[in-house]
Design a protein around this ligand. Structure first.
Ligand SMILES: Cc1cc2nc3c(=O)[nH]c(=O)nc-3n(C[C@H](O)[C@H](O)[C@H](O)COP(=O)(O)O)c2cc1C
Length: 177
């Protein structure tokens, strides 16, 4: 798939996954895409935990009440950042942005390899869920699981929802033109 096709085909997948495993080589490729992402001051702050051990998959699935993708994932990638991000440029920290850039690279790699995923963020922020996942994955106290990606081969057909037209959100040279 050409890059622009991958961008168009990427979508948030909340359906069931098939029983097919996610190959270790593919998980490595996906995280290599994350490692190649830009980061503020090239500080490379985001760390990644790749989960494919059946016992851990089951434990994560028990914690999440929500979508089928979270319940049937054959692997997860947890993106970990510092709980108190350090300023790297003029008093500014960029860890959340670093993490988001890495996650988008991974979502594109996941799509290109024929898998699907969804950006799990909101659920981690409520009811100490990020801490519960962090504990399962031995994340140190000073770090937090900021985003979780359930991964597998999609069993259902989903597609990217319609986006607003170009002229509504993008302009040449001056805002609104
Ligand atoms: C910052 C951010 C947080 C998100 N958090 C969640 C989430 O917690 N759960 C979820 O199911 N989807 C989450 N999503 C996915 C969005 O709902 C999704 O991208 C949006 O509905 C557009 O659909 P698309 O990804 O298929 O284009 C998140 C996306 C972003 C960028």
């Amino acid at each position: 798939m050409d890059l622009f096709e991958v961008i168009k085909n990427r979508h948030s997948y909340r359906g069931s996954f098939t029983s097919a495993a996610v190959k270790r080589d593919d998980l490595t490729k996906i995280v290599e895409a994350a490692l190649a992402a830009p980061s503020g001051k090239n500080a490379q702050t985001t760390e990644f935990i790749i989960v494919d051990a059946p016992e851990l998959l089951g434990q994560i699935q028990q914690l999440h009440p929500g979508n089928k993708a979270m319940h049937t994932a054959k692997a997860y990638i947890a993106c970990v950042i510092d709980r108190s991000p350090e300023a790297v440029y003029e008093g500014f920290a960029f860890e959340v942005e670093d993490c988001a850039a890495a996650v988008e690279n991974m979502l594109l790699a996941i799509t290109a390899l024929g898998y699907a995923s969804v950006w799990i963020d909101g659920w981690l922020r409520v009811n100490n869920n990020a801490d519960a996942i962090g504990e399962l994955l031995s994340v140190p106290e000073n770090k937090v699981v900021r985003i979780l990606l359930p991964i597998g081969v999609p069993a259902e057909k989903y597609q990217q929802p319609a986006k607003l037209p170009f002229g509504k959100r993008a302009f040449f040279n001056k805002y609104g033109k």
